[in-house]
Design a protein around this ligand. Structure first.
Ligand SMILES: C[S@@+](CC[C@H](N)C(=O)[O-])C[C@H]1O[C@@H](n2cnc3c(N)ncnc32)[C@H](O)[C@@H]1O
Length: 337
């Protein structure tokens, strides 16, 4: 309960810009914090008391409160690769789903991303956005054999489960001679993707709603990416087969999925990690993966390396290599026909 209450007020503090107002300022009074954030002092004081008791904010004595540099990196700087704000801002949306999840436990049917409102596309965007902006092009793609030179020459690329398109648009800007296609089932995510595309004027990018406009039936893509989405799909096996059909014979598939262990017992050895992943699954991943009758229901921990290797092998891919890219949650794979 302590963690839950404190986390709720972290989400509120993020929305109100309170960490930003305090970062790098040293110890401040509640009046100074309220003034910097443009908020009502009495409410700010209660928030500061609660956050100091939870040790998110430091109490410096004499009615002064401080956000340390370590906390500022996690909660104040939205462009930091360490920024954790996205994990907290999803919380109110996730908790608001509980009455509907109640129903899912009775019927077996979960909520698709779009059933959860506009927030879910926005939340996914914040969770992985900085990694796409700061690591994908410079560090991750160069690990894929021959892919960078192909992208410079002019490749055709698909991001399946593209969400609001951040990864695809980063690649499209870095490799203007290539063309890029984003596929998703979420109308909300695709609307955000299209508005981001228009704002950047990215003429080499097209987004497709996958149920009306599926992947092509014949070989077209030199590179396919799937970022943190296969385990969310109701029919991941069908998606793997569709990707195989749409990929050229010497193409590459870059898969990012959760770095979990093959068994529940092994995952349990990392208690906090397991608590986060299995809980997120109920709110989000399992719910999406069971959002249609007969859904595969993999959930957040549904694709550890052996299960993923089998899934892609069954779909017609022969080569599978885990890549050496560090990340606290995800594992990275290069898959080829
Ligand atoms: C956790 S989000 C990740 C989005 C994006 N790749 C990112 O990293 O920000 C999972 C995405 O998979 C999409 N998705 C679920 N089932 C899908 C399917 N069958 N085909 C394409 N996208 C799907 C969801 O709509 C959602 O946008």
């Amino acid at each position: 309960m302590v963690a839950a209450y404190a986390a709720g007020l972290v989400a509120l503090g993020l929305r109100l810009g309170l960490y930003r107002a305090m970062a790098g300022q040293g110890p401040l009074t509640s009046n100074e914090v309220a003034e910097r954030a443009g908020l009502h002092e009495r409410w700010v004081l209660e928030w500061l008391h609660a956050q100091s008791a939870a040790r998110v904010v430091d109490y410096a004595g004499n009615g002064r409160f401080e956000v340390t540099d370590a906390v500022a990196a996690l909660l104040a700087d939205e462009s930091s690769i360490l920024y954790l704000g996205g994990s907290f801002t999803t919380l109110p949306n996730h908790l608001s789903l509980l009455p509907r999840l109640d129903e899912a436990f009775h019927t077996g049917l979960g909520l698709a991303f779009d059933d959860r409102g506009l927030e879910s596309a926005q939340d996914s965007e914040v969770l992985m956005g900085n990694w796409y902006r700061q690591v994908l092009i410079s560090t991750a793609l160069p690990q894929l054999e021959g892919v960078i030179s192909r992208l410079h020459q002019g490749a055709v690329v698909a991001d399946v489960g593209c969400g609001s398109g951040i990864a695809l648009l980063e690649m499209a800007q870095a490799f203007p001679t290539s063309t890029f296609h984003g596929y998703d089932v979420s109308v909300h995510a695709l609307e955000r993707a299209e508005s981001h595309r228009a704002a950047l004027g990215a003429g080499n990018v097209t987004f497709h709603r996958v149920d009306a406009d599926p992947l092509p039936d014949g070989p077209m893509f030199d590179l396919v990416t799937t970022f943190d989405c296969l385990h969310d799909m109701t029919r991941p096996g069908e998606t793997v087969k569709a990707i195989r059909k749409a990929m050229v014979g010497d193409g590459t598939w870059f898969i990012v999925d959760i770095d979990c262990a093959p068994t529940f017992e092994q995952n349990l050895r990392r208690r906090r990690f397991a608590t986060m992943l299995y809980s997120t699954s109920v709110y989000s991943c399992l719910s999406s993966a069971l959002s249609e009758p007969g859904g595969a229901g993999l959930g957040t921990c549904g694709l550890p390396e052996p299960a993923l290797r089998k899934l892609v092998g069954d779909g017609g891919f022969g080569r599978f290599r885990r890549l050496d890219i560090e990340h606290p949650i995800n594992a990275f794979y290069e898959v080829r026909p």
